[in-house]
Design a protein around this ligand. Structure first.
Ligand code: NAP
Length: 251
């Protein structure tokens, strides 16, 4: 892909210590962006992402914050602005699952998933938007899921959080379009990361039969879509949900 205009841009990637977030941080940094690698518990993994970026000649810093907490999300965005003096790209990627049927789902399972996946998106976007409006520039990219489009048995909490992110994406896209800020979502299908570890192998194998391309996605394939949506070339795309799912959900 040609130059995407990401050189020197400042990006915050939530949940960038592992999995998809890690791949996004590496991809954006490889294209010249200065990246804040947010993590919650995996400090060592986050530092390794930073070291890898630096070893490749890029710029990155790690910052610990539980983005489901409003104050900590504000601290994350403040840190990015103080460290790099700007903020162009926010990737709301942090997410968890607490899978079980509704019959057995506890209130805590529900609240934790909604807080971590959906409220974090509100928290970080709210913290970032004032600066982006002032600068008349911004790219917000929310990592949703096919579960938010199609639903998934055993994931009422997760599917609701992801559908919520999609609604949030469309509403905010309309609010800030006149300020040259785009807001889009990516809906990955099954991607080979640790988040799938809690899913029984047979369930995963059965689910993969529903994927026209017949395999799991790789984190790098989601990261590439993020780089595209963050690029200058994607300036006319907003309020969209880009499926990167091997053809699972054809909307
Ligand atoms: P993962 O490998 O389990 O990684 C999750 C990341 O989120 C970790 O870096 C973790 O940080 C971070 N995180 C969790 N809670 C956090 C919090 N409160 N504050 C800050 N960071 C937090 O998961 P993944 O597969 O990469 O998933 C990334 C995103 O893609 C999620 O939103 C997920 O729903 C979405 N997604 C994944 C798939 C898939 O099949 N993998 C499919 C569709 C959508 P620590 O380790 O530091 O705690």
């Amino acid at each position: 892909m040609s130059d995407l205009g990401l050189n020197g841009k400042v990006a915050v990637v939530t949940g960038a210590s592992r999995g998809i977030g890690r791949a996004i941080a590496l991809e954006l940094a490889a294209r010249g962006a200065r990246v804040v690698v947010n993590y919650h518990r995996s400090e060592q993994a986050a530092q390794e992402v930073v070291s890898q970026i630096q070893a490749n000649g890029g710029e990155a810093v790690a910052f610990q914050a539980d983005v489901s907490d409003f104050q900590q999300a504000q601290a994350l965005i403040k840190f990015a602005l103080e460290t790099f003096g700007d903020l162009h790209i926010l990737v709301n990627n942090a997410g968890i699952t607490r899978d079980t049927l509704l019959m057995t789902m506890s209130e805590e399972d529900w609240d934790e998933v909604i807080r971590t996946n959906l409220k974090s998106t509100f928290n970080c976007s709210k913290a970032a938007i004032r600066h982006m409006i002032r600068k008349r520039y911004g790219r917000i990219i929310n990592i949703a899921s096919v579960a938010g489009q199609m639903g998934n048995a055993g994931q009422t909490n997760y599917s609701a959080s992801k559908a919520g992110q999609i609604g949030f994406t469309k509403a905010l896209a309309r609010e800030v379009a006149s300020r040259n800020i785009t807001v889009n979502a990516i809906a990955p299908g099954f991607v080979d990361t640790e988040i799938l570890n809690t899913m029984p192998r047979e369930t995963l194998e059965a689910a993969l039969k529903l994927v026209p391309l017949g395999r799991m996605g790789r984190p790098e394939e989601i990261a590439f879509a993020v780089a595209f949506l963050a690029s200058d070339q994607a300036a006319y795309i907003t309020g969209q949900v880009l499926g990167v799912d091997g053809g699972m959900a054809m909307m």
